[in-house]
Design a protein around this ligand. Structure first.
Ligand code: 23J
Ligand code: MN
Length: 261
């Protein structure tokens, strides 16, 4: 009989025929945090405070306290994050079934369009063209929008906030129900600070990726990076958030497994 599938997998990992790509941004005080209009509550930036470092506070150990908002840096959005997803069972970071944290990914490369237009919106037509080239998006897949936005290392350029709000690419409001309902994806991932476009507060409905994705019990991944190292389809994502009780999301070490065989 053929070798156990997990034993084969372990050999592929150690032998290098399966690569691990880290889709996570570094988490530090300079990590950009979403800024909402003045009247709304604020998310804390990441903060690190040393408890001891092999000194009189702890001669043999180094450790820190840290604090941040749940939606800081590369992070996972749970359905309970949005009012439209609040009544689903098992909709929070501690109750989502763990098997949901491993799923395949489709990567749609619009880096060229996004480099010319910070308000670029991915449409259903773009996705249908991608499907003609790479095959139909399978139910339970992540759809990741590659914009190369994460290459904007300067936080100001990354957030790209103008007089009239942020200008960051995202999904077109008409694409979101197509992906959630007609393709039954597991969730949407972006390189921007949130899953929605910078101008999405003006859309109908406002923040459609939050409103419709979470309203369909789907997830989100924001502030992804290294999407340029993924194939259009075939990567496997590992996305477990911290098990915060009743958490709406959490910083997340997002890993992709990519076969080079
Ligand atoms: C709260 C309100 C609006 C938005 C967000 C959070 C996020 O982008 C987020 O990180 O979930 S747009
Ligand atoms: Mn979020």
């Amino acid at each position: 009989m053929a070798e156990n599938i997990l034993a084969q997998f372990a050999k592929a990992l150690t032998g290098g025929t399966v690569r691990v790509v880290d889709l996570t941004q570094p988490l530090e005080p300079a990590t950009p945090v979403i800024q909402l209009p003045e009247q709304f509550g604020k998310s804390w930036p990441f903060r690190l405070e040393e408890i001891s470092r092999y000194d009189q506070r702890g001669p043999a150990w180094y450790w820190n306290n840290f604090a941040c908002g749940e939606h800081t840096g590369t992070h996972f959005d749970a359905p309970v994050h949005w009012v439209t997803g609040k009544d689903y069972p098992n909709n929070a970071t501690d109750t989502i079934p763990a098997e949901k944290f491993i799923a395949p990914a489709c990567v749609i490369d619009v880096s060229h369009q996004a480099s010319n237009d910070p308000d670029f919106l991915l449409t259903r037509e773009h996705v249908e063209q991608w499907e003609r080239e790479h095959g139909r998006i399978e139910a339970g897949s992540w759809v990741l929008m590659r914009t190369d936005w994460s290459k904007r290392r300067d936080p100001q350029a990354f957030l790209n906030i103008g007089q009239d709000g942020a200008h960051v690419p995202g999904p077109h409001p008409e694409l979101v129900p197509f992906l959630a309902k007609e393709r039954d994806i597991i969730g949407w991932g972006s390189e921007g600070v949130g899953t929605d476009a910078g101008q999405a507060f003006r859309f109908d409905p406002p923040f459609p990726c939050h409103s419709i994705m979470h309203g369909s019990n789907k997830f989100g991944l924001a502030s992804l990076t290294n999407l340029d190292q993924l194939p259009p389809q075939g990567a496997l994502l590992i996305t477990p958030p911290l098990k915060i009780v009743s958490g709406s999301g959490s910083p997340c070490r997002v890993l992709a497994l990519v076969s080079s065989a």
